[in-house]
Design a protein around this ligand. Structure first.
Ligand SMILES: Nc1ncnc2c1ncn2[C@@H]1O[C@H](COP(=O)(O)OP(=O)(O)OP(=O)(O)O)[C@@H](O)[C@H]1O
Length: 235
């Protein structure tokens, strides 16, 4: 089991943004984390990646506790935040080299070249990040998330801002990465879930309201569309 989430909660004043969430995730499967705006998806992801302290509960990433062993837990994680805080004054390669150095990667320049190719940044690789379009910035975000070849990828709306051609490429990349990694993606695009996810968690008002394989959830709702299932469970 590469991710085990136990009784995870986050309260902001009186609001239970994440309320006693439990789930597990495995390598070789892509888990779609779905829910309406404000359901608690990003807050959960931020806790799993060590950017936000839980109010209670916790999680283990490859057996490493995110609270008591955060440095070891983080080594296994690549994280694409919802609004990637990129250094806009840095050049693409300079930034990726900088991120790679923080992971003390060997053969860094070869790895930077490799991830640039993988995420389709080649035509824009000589630009400053601040000069890039939203979709290309998203690719830089994805490149920094995978540069250390982590076993776990946590991607918060990875395809937001991408044009239809880019969408297909990035989905294909995520699908490939998901063959041997544990991938959690949040998205509002049901088509995307159908295209790449193996498992689904639907969260509403901080609570999990469905957790199943894509096939299982459809069977349980007698073949209703995912959109209908989503609306029914989160209305
Ligand atoms: N730092 C914070 N302080 C106070 N409230 C917060 C904070 N961060 C998140 N929240 C609240 O927690 C709730 C869950 O937010 P979160 O960003 O996790 O939702 P989400 O499911 O990712 O939504 P979206 O689909 O719109 O990105 C929201 O009501 C949000 O306003």
């Amino acid at each position: 089991m590469s991710i085990v989430v136990k009784n995870l909660s986050k309260h902001f004043a009186a609001q239970k943004a994440v309320n006693d969430v439990n789930f597990k995730a495995n390598p070789g499967r892509i888990l779609g984390f779905l829910g309406p705006n404000g359901a608690g998806k990003s807050t959960t992801m931020r806790m799993l990646t060590g950017y936000l302290e839980p109010t209670s509960g916790g999680a283990e990433i490859y057996g490493k506790d995110i609270l008591t062993d955060p440095i070891e837990a983080k080594k296994h994680i690549g994280y694409l935040p919802e609004n990637t805080p990129l250094y806009t004054d840095m050049y693409v390669k300079e930034y990726l080299n900088f991120v790679g150095q923080t992971y003390q990667l060997t053969n860094l320049s070869a790895r930077v070249e490799e991830v640039i190719k993988l995420v389709g940044l080649t035509p824009e690789q000589h630009k400053k990040i601040g000069m890039l379009s939203k979709g290309y910035r998203q690719r830089v975000g994805l490149a920094q998330a995978i540069i250390h070849n982590p076993e776990v990828l946590i991607l918060d709306e990875p395809t937001s801002g991408l044009d239809p051609n880019q969408l297909v490429d990035i989905r294909a990349l995520i699908k490939t990465l998901g063959q041997d990694k544990t991938v959690i993606i949040s998205t509002h695009i049901m088509q995307e879930v159908e295209a790449i996810c193996d498992d689904i968690i639907i969260i509403s008002k901080g609570k999990i309201v469905a957790s199943d394989s894509l096939k299982g959830i459809k069977e349980a709702h007698q073949g209703s569309s995912l959109e209908d299932i989503f609306r029914k469970l989160t209305a």
